[in-house]
Design a protein around this ligand. Structure first.
Ligand SMILES: [Zn+2]
Length: 437
């Protein structure tokens, strides 16, 4: 059966390339959330023809949802001949803006040198296409299976996934007993199993001062200088401390194996983007947005406390230091077990197809696994898909055709073993159903 599956995928190479190109042709740019509906319907119509039940779910009233830009998700389910486990492939259909520097049309799906080019080719329409071909091959070769296969195309991953996977997870689409195993075909490369991601905390800090004439700054109080004092502490104390915190998570690239902090933006005083000259004023407000990525070993409260402590110390030691701290976003780190059924099934598939041992990695940034684990309470979830992470969001983004094919084979084999392996039987499933709470 495993040979048959591999051959079936191999016989569909042209179809796989064509499907990848068709998906790239939808300019599903987020923001604002362009062309979500036609892209979702394209996936739904294809899979309906293959015998899937198709459902469209709109992420009603989630950020960005409007009648002009509805957040349309598609969920397709193929029932086997009787009850059994469900394997779900989840891909986001949104892509980021095109940006400058392209040498090919980003939505033409240009095929050249064994690669398909286009915005979203690797992140992650190639992975979506591979999972569709994998599922279709499996159904063709093994129509008698027990359980179900699901494929979803979801929106807004690039902007946090609230209208996509988070919305669906809140409505039971990513929980037992409906789903047991989830593979997210993000571009983590065809020989790697991605177990999870680091955590994120975004915050905004504003320092306050008081406005005065710029020629007599001593009459006012500069919020920018207060922010400068905060930045000094970050440079002298926090950055060295963060680089010393190392994780056991196998994060790639290795530089992301310590805690990191990016200053996302900084603004104080007058808007400098207008044409005329400024008027002389002391800045009474300065704002900074921090993007802190943290490790599974770090509790979120500690991460926040580090910043609060610096600010409180400044308040005690620096005259008139006033600040406000706002939480913008928090995501806890997640990491699936290396020995979980889905990680094992994918690793076995990699061994079969590529004749090498899978490596296990963790992503430096987050993706939709957080919602499946935290909101769906489903822990048997990993990312696995074709393409290289470094190509994501770049000009001339591409995915290798051989990578698409190999990944599709691995996905087909993994789904096959998850649907047939004894410890995924319905009996064991019921025992673990109480994980729901
Ligand atoms: Zn992605």
């Amino acid at each position: 059966m495993r040979d048959e599956l591999r051959q079936s995928v191999e016989s569909k190479v042209e179809e796989l390339v064509a499907l990848t190109r068709d998906l790239i042709a939808f300019p599903t740019i987020n923001p604002p959330g362009e062309a979500y509906r036609p892209c979702a319907e394209f996936i739904g119509e294809r899979l309906k023809r293959k015998g899937f039940q198709v459902e469209y779910v709109r992420g009603e009233s989630t950020p960005g949802d409007s009648d002009r830009y509805p957040r349309i998700n598609v969920i397709c389910r193929y029932e086997g001949r009787g009850p059994g486990p469900c394997v779900h492939f989840n891909s986001h259909i949104d892509v980021v803006e095109v940006g400058y520097g392209w040498t090919v049309d980003p939505f033409a799906g240009v095929v050249k040198d064994g690669k398909v080019f286009g915005r979203g080719a690797c992140d992650m329409k190639g992975g979506l296409a591979s999972s569709i071909i994998a599922a279709e091959s499996l159904i063709e070769c093994f129509p008698e299976f027990y359980g179900a296969i699901e494929i979803s195309g979801t929106v807004d991953e690039e902007s946090g996934g609230l209208g996509g996977v988070a919305y669906l997870a809140r409505h039971g689409y990513f929980s037992k007993p409906r789903v047991d195993h989830v593979i997210i075909p993000e571009p983590l490369h065809k020989d790697q199993v991605c177990l999870g991601h680091r955590g994120v905390w975004w915050s905004e800090i504003e320092t306050r001062g008081s406005i005065a004439h710029g020629s007599m700054p001593f009459l006012g109080d500069s919020a920018i200088r207060h922010m400068g004092a905060f930045l000094n502490v970050l440079e002298d104390e926090l950055y060295p401390a963060l680089s010393k915190k190392q994780t056991q998570m196998p994060v790639i690239p290795p530089g992301a194996r310590s805690s990191t902090l990016n200053i996302n933006s900084l603004h104080g005083g007058q808007d400098e983007r207008h044409d005329g000259l400024p008027s002389p004023c002391v800045a009474d407000s300065c704002r900074i947005v921090l993007d802190r990525r943290f490790l599974i070993e770090e509790p979120l409260e500690d991460v926040k406390q580090e910043i609060v402590e610096i600010l409180e110390n400044l308040r005690k030691t620096r005259r008139n230091f006033e600040y406000e701290l706002k939480d913008l976003l928090e995501v806890l780190p997640v990491m699936a077990d290396k020995d979980s059924p889905v990680a094992r099934a994918v690793a076995d598939g990699i061994k079969d197809v590529l004749q090498k041992d899978a490596s296990y990695v963790v992503s430096p940034g987050t993706y939709d696994q957080k919602h499946i684990t935290r909101l769906g309470h489903l822990h048997d979830c990993i990312a696995y898909g074709p393409g290289k992470l470094e190509m994501a969001h770049r000009p001339d983004e591409f995915v290798g055709i051989e990578d698409l094919v190999d990944s599709a084979k691995v996905m087909a084999l993994a789904a096959y073993s998850l649907l047939t392996e004894p410890d995924a039987s319905p009996i064991t499933r019921t025992q673990s159903d109480h994980v729901h709470s």
